[in-house]
Design a protein around this ligand. Structure first.
Ligand SMILES: O=C(O)CCC(=O)C(=O)O
Ligand SMILES: [Fe+2]
Length: 280
């Protein structure tokens, strides 16, 4: 079978099989038997049955991922010290848009702290030979240490509560500033399994399994976070955030994403990457 697609007919067939009493696992086996690609088959089951699809994870996949508590679909989650709105949730791939994760003052505070460091890194960049310049990412960036200041610690523990993932499994916050024309071309956040540097990176906490991009300001135009595989554009609104998770380092996770070019104004984001284990 080439170019397999999940059609309404396929979803209806899965629903029928379920009504007839077949377990998700045996429907998957039947699909694999008739030549369906495993990733597509799993996606079709997840799309049709949602949380009722009880499948054991694929071999090599991470068991247990960062995930907000959405089982009752409470529109407001209590993330420790702050109520956080759920604006949108997609099951497959898992993408959740949060409203008001950060207050205006917290956004401004992170931007102020990062601005000082960006100014410093600009000086270094001019002096250096430019080898670090990445054409796919035309923003400027810096990293905070985990729990570097009280503000950073407060935000990090809120994220840990919201995503039910230990604080020490997260990397330090990365802040990016995009000026007009700057963008981050579509990419995956996991480390490429075949890349020479990956084995060393994985020693410090394993693979990345989730990403939270928090918007620290609202650009005038452009700068949405795009997910080309699923046709999703997330508007960068100050204080809001987009979360997505990936259980294996593979394009089948459909987590290709990027920052579209800023058209007017600046765009500031803080990204928290979540690892499988303790990040050291
Ligand atoms: O700026 C964005 O919208 C996306 C940022 C991103 O992909 C990242 O920080 O890994
Ligand atoms: Fe990314």
């Amino acid at each position: 079978m080439s170019q397999q697609v999940i059609t309404p007919e396929l979803c209806e067939w899965i629903a029928e099989q379920t009504r007839a009493g077949h377990a998700s696992e045996s429907i998957l086996a039947a699909m694999l038997g008739s030549g369906w690609d495993e990733t597509i088959a799993r996606q079709a089951l997840a799309r049709t049955l949602g949380q009722a699809a009880t499948l054991t994870p694929p071999p090599g996949a991470v068991v247990g991922l960062p995930e907000p508590e959405l089982s009752r679909f409470a529109p407001i989650l209590h993330a420790g010290d702050r109520p956080v709105k759920i604006l949108m949730a997609l099951r497959q791939p898992r993408v959740v848009v949060f409203g008001d994760l950060l207050s205006e003052a917290e956004c401004d505070g992170i931007v102020a702290l990062a601005t000082k460091r960006l100014a410093r890194s600009e000086t270094v960049a001019t002096a250096a030979d430019g080898s670090e310049v990445n054409a796919a990412r035309t923003s400027d960036g810096m990293f905070f240490e985990r729990c570097e200041t009280d503000l950073i610690r407060r935000v990090e523990s809120r994220i840990a509560t919201l995503l039910r993932w230990p604080l020490d499994h997260g990397e330090g916050l990365q802040v990016l500033r995009y000026r007009p024309g700057a963008e981050y071309q579509p990419h995956y956040d996991y480390f490429e399994p075949g890349h020479v540097s990956t084995p060393n990176i994985l020693k410090r906490g394993g693979q990345r399994v989730g990403t939270l991009v928090m918007y620290l300001n609202t650009p005038v135009a452009g700068g949405s976070t795009i997910f080309p595989d699923i046709g999703l554009d997330v508007a960068p609104v100050k204080g809001n955030a987009v979360f997505f998770s990936y259980d294996r380092p593979h394009p089948s996770t459909q987590t290709l994403h990027g920052g579209s070019p800023v058209i007017e104004g600046e765009k500031w984001v803080a990204t928290k990457w979540l690892r499988q284990g303790v990040f050291t």
